[in-house]
Design a protein. Structure first.
Length: 292
């Protein structure tokens, strides 16, 4: 939503300012200049990225427009799952715990947190490290190093779309110059025409430069920044899991270990300690009911 509002403000101010200074809006209507710039930018994007990154960029762009960042429900579900698993690690047998982490889709623990079960990568991350904990011979600092390496890999993979979009944004001003040069070439072919016609052709050519800069700094650049912000917030869930499980491995009781994870959430989005406690007593909705 913020992207759409920002685009409306940007277009309103740019076009409104141009008309206020006496410019003719129809001069900016140069579809072939836009075709050259947009086509070259998208073509370069396709050439420089594998199919998986292209698809992920489209997905990430949709997430950026929708603002698909973790909400309180998702944070509470993550903490709830971790609490239930840590509690079982202290009180139940290895076979009982393995039944949850080997088949999370059929586990009543994971079914009580549908937002986490829906996130296959996060579910696998949780299950993998709980499995390492129940093996019993893994030391906390070794698990921490392994978690850091995996989180870094996940972050790198999930931000490839940001780098792809940002590269396309950086290329647009230069592509705009290409469109402008082609327009000037067209104008030079009509050098014997009247000044009015020649001036219109040169003005149309300069629109290419303007469009390239506009698309770079007012469209693709802001979208790329939003993609990075959304994906970074989504990756925060892995850090919550990491800090919580490490605290548990270092001897903290489940309630205290949860605080290690909760504190990694931004203060603007962090569930209150009361909401977390309510969630532990009533998984799947207690925290939201309390907040309401």
């Amino acid at each position: 939503m913020n992207i759409i509002v920002g685009m409306v403000i940007t277009l309103g101010c740019v076009l409104g300012g141009f008309m206020a200074m006496g410019g003719h809006i129809e001069v900016l209507n140069q579809p072939f200049e836009l075709l050259i710039i947009g086509g070259a930018a998208i073509g370069g994007f396709v050439m420089s990225n594998p199919v998986k990154t292209i698809k992920d960029t489209l997905k990430a762009t949709g997430e950026a427009f929708k603002g698909t960042v973790p909400k309180e429900r998702e944070y509470l579900d993550t903490l709830s799952i971790l609490y239930a698993l840590m509690r079982d690690l202290r009180t139940k047998s290895r076979n009982e715990i393995e039944s949850h982490i080997d088949n999370p889709e059929e586990s009543d623990l994971f079914q009580s947190a549908p937002t986490i079960l829906k996130n296959k990568d996060l579910t696998s991350f949780i299950c993998d490290y709980v499995r390492l904990i129940i093996i019993g011979n893994a030391r906390p600092h070794e698990i921490e190093a392994l978690m850091d390496e995996e989180i870094q890999t996940i972050s790198h993979d999930r931000l490839k779309c940001y780098h792809a979009m940002n590269t396309m944004s950086d290329a647009c001003p230069a592509i705009g110059i290409i469109a402008a040069v082609l327009g000037v070439i067209k104008a030079m072919a009509a050098i014997n025409e009247s000044p009015a016609i020649l001036g219109g052709l040169i003005g149309a050519a300069l629109v290419g430069t303007m469009l390239g800069i506009f698309l770079s700094y007012c469209v693709f650049g802001p979208i790329a920044i939003n993609i990075k912000m959304v994906r970074t917030k989504q990756n925060r869930l892995y850090t919550i899991v990491k800090q919580t499980l490490l605290a548990y491995m270092n001897g903290s009781v489940p309630q205290v270990a949860l605080e290690h994870g909760r504190k990694t959430i931004s203060s603007y989005e962090r569930p209150t300690i009361d909401a977390v406690e309510q969630e532990m007593m009533n998984p799947g909705g207690g925290g939201e009911a309390k907040a309401a």
